[in-house]
Design a binder for this molecule. Structure first.
Ligand code: DGT
Ligand code: CA
Ligand code: ZN
Length: 577
């Protein structure tokens, strides 16, 4: 898929335009398009012109550029822009916290054209004294460079790596004679961040698979090229390991390479005690090396007398004990999800009309959505006033009258204000079916303040769900300080649900906290928080977090059928009187 590459080109164009001091609207347009192209879950190469135009922020001009890239592998306007700024300047923009204005200034005044040169200049305090550069800037730049260097070896978000991994598998299937092929490692366990991509395959001609692998177009460096095993580095420093094994070993190799290491160690210990031997080649009887199995992953568990353990649970966090005791959870699946309780339309900052949202949701097998456009406090997102909320209610009522087998619940994503008060009065909330409340400001408040804001919101009888409870953006923004134990306690006490936000950079709550919530009997809602209909397809990320948190269908609000959901949502209000 070329989605990421195109997004990167658009955002680079925005940066160059900004350096050049070009029209702010144009800059914003490229930036917005970049963001939305990145959010497209389908392969952008397969989209028609009409479908490209449905991407928010993509008009005829940008659609043509996307097509140009798909056709020729480059965008001329981009190449031209790159020629208009000093070489090396773009690399400076990769430093977190260093904007185009400062980059331009530093380039003009100090002639720096690389990160290394800038680091040296900052270390020698040569930035001090440049007009427009504050004293703290020097420190910030050094800190930014350090973060960047760390970041290069850092783990990357699953939401970014999984599509890349799937694309690699697809390419290998196209270019080489592979039999079975699977992604293994932390990706198969759906860990929220991953270090590298592990792939295992079978083939009648392993060497040709290796040759095809090391010569894939996205390969930047070949680390190792063997006859059955190779490693390459692709863009963004991501390493990919490919192993080709015998068909009789495929299941054993897949189990071994899926890990986690901790889980594997536990299985091997069990095997030893049973007079068995497990490795990546198969399962054998210790005393005479007789092969007992290994073609299928199930063989490993069956021969140990265990039920199959889903990859999401293989973290040595009690799953082996649970399997032994016959107490593995019956994990929730995508098919269990009946609706989405956090959805944005054009009424606030979403891209689609209600009719379009309904069609997309139905197409994905959902039976209901809660329309939760932003509340007025969120001006940047065109939040709704009470008056507009009531107008919206009319539109929903009318649409619902026409719909068969589908229902739009009327909700809001209500801002919890900086001072802890809520953005709508109870009289307005009373009119709604669902109230999602969340934090969008004051991220630097103390732990006490933040916890107090959220728990106060939960004590409101109309607040049904707290959305993205920690505010983190994986790899971009840490969670705000908050006492989650206290949040869970009050959630239980008040009967408020917590969200597992499925947006791949949020995954908020995380797996660990989702598990804790379940243990305490706090309900969870797996929501996409969609702003474009393609984001309905991020649901699997939310489900994977739920599965890693040991959640069953009964723990999840939007696995309920509509009548039960409505009843459940009413319970908190009733309890409060
Ligand atoms: P990460 O850090 O996101 O890449 O996480 P993993 O789990 O994918 O770790 P990785 O790529 O180092 O190894 C892939 C799998 O291979 C791992 O989950 C278990 C298996 N494995 C790797 N090295 C060892 C080892 O030294 N002992 C055992 N038992 N298993 C190993
Ligand atoms: Ca790995
Ligand atoms: Zn939202």
């Amino acid at each position: 898929m070329k989605n990421q590459e195109i997004a990167r080109i658009f955002s680079e164009m925005a940066e160059i335009l900004e350096i050049k001091g070009d029209n702010p609207f144009k800059i914003r347009a490229y930036r917005r398009a970049a963001l939305n192209v990145e959010g497209v879950t389908r392969n952008i190469e397969e989209l028609t012109r009409e479908e490209l135009l449905e991407i928010p922020g993509v008009g005829e001009e940008l659609a043509a550029k996307i097509e140009e890239y798909v056709r020729t592998g480059r965008v001329q306007a981009h190449e031209k822009l790159k020629g208009e700024i000093p070489a090396g300047m773009l690399s400076l923009l990769a430093i977190p916290g260093l904007g185009p204005k400062t980059a331009k200034l530093l380039n003009e005044r100090l002639g720096v054209e690389s990160i290394e040169a800038l680091e040296q200049a900052a270390a020698e305090h040569r930035l001090a004294g440049i007009p427009g550069i504050q004293r703290k800037t020097e420190e910030n730049i050094l800190r930014g460079i350090a973060a960047l260097k760390r970041g290069r070896q850092d783990r990357q978000p699953l939401g970014k790596v999984l599509p890349i991994a799937r694309d690699l598998v697809e390419q290998l299937e196209k270019r080489a004679r592979v039999g079975r092929i699977e992604i293994a490692g932390s990706i198969r366990r759906w860990k929220e961040t991953v270090k590298d991509i592990d792939i295992v395959a079978t083939s009648a001609d392993p060497e040709s698979v290796m040759a095809a692998f090391v010569s894939l177009p996205q390969v930047e460096q070949v680390v190792m090229h063997g006859t059955t095993r190779s490693s390459v580095v692709i863009r963004d420093g991501l390493q990919v390991d490919l192993r080709v094994v015998e068909p009789a070993s495929f299941g054993a190799a897949l189990a071994y390479l899926t890990g986690s290491k901790g889980h594997n160690v536990r299985l091997r210990d069990m095997a030893v005690r049973m007079g068995l031997k497990i490795n990546e080649y198969g399962i054998f009887r210790e005393k005479d090396d007789t092969r007992l199995g290994g073609e299928e992953e199930e063989d490993v568990y069956r021969l140990l007398g265990l039920p199959f353990v889903p990859p999401e649970l293989r973290e040595d966090l009690g799953e082996v004990e649970a399997a032994l005791a016959g107490r593995l959870p019956r994990l929730i699946t995508a098919a269990d999800i009946r609706g989405d309780l956090h959805v944005h339309s054009r009424w606030s900052d979403g891209a689609h009309t209600l009719a379009e949202i309904v069609e997309a949701a139905r197409g994905r097998g959902l039976a209901y959505v809660a329309l939760t456009d932003h509340s007025k406090g969120l001006g940047v997102a065109h939040g709704l006033t009470v008056e507009r909320l009531m107008e919206q209610k009319k539109e929903i009522t009318e649409l619902n009258r026409k719909l068969k087998g589908f229902r739009i619940l009327h909700g809001t994503e209500m801002d919890i204000r900086g001072d802890g008060s809520l953005d709508f009065p109870d009289e307005a909330l009373r009119e709604l079916d669902v109230v999602v409340a969340s934090i969008h400001s004051g991220f630097r408040q103390s732990k006490e303040q933040m916890t107090a804001r959220i728990t106060a919101a939960m004590r409101n009888p109309y607040v049904s769900i707290i959305a993205h409870p920690t505010g983190r953006l994986i790899g971009e923004r840490d969670a705000y300080e908050v006492d989650l134990d206290e949040v869970l306690r009050v959630a239980r006490e008040t009967g408020t649900a917590l969200e597992i936000n499925a947006y791949p950079l949020r995954l908020d709550l995380s797996d660990t906290w989702a598990r804790r919530a379940r243990e305490l009997g706090v309900a969870l809602a797996i929501n996409t928080d969609m702003h474009t209909v393609s984001q309905f397809d991020t649901l699997p990320y939310g489900i994977s977090i739920a599965r890693r948190g040991w959640l069953e269908k009964g723990d999840v609000l939007n696995a309920l059928k509509l009548p039960e959901l409505v009843k459940r949502l009413g319970m908190k209000r009733k309890r409060a009187g």
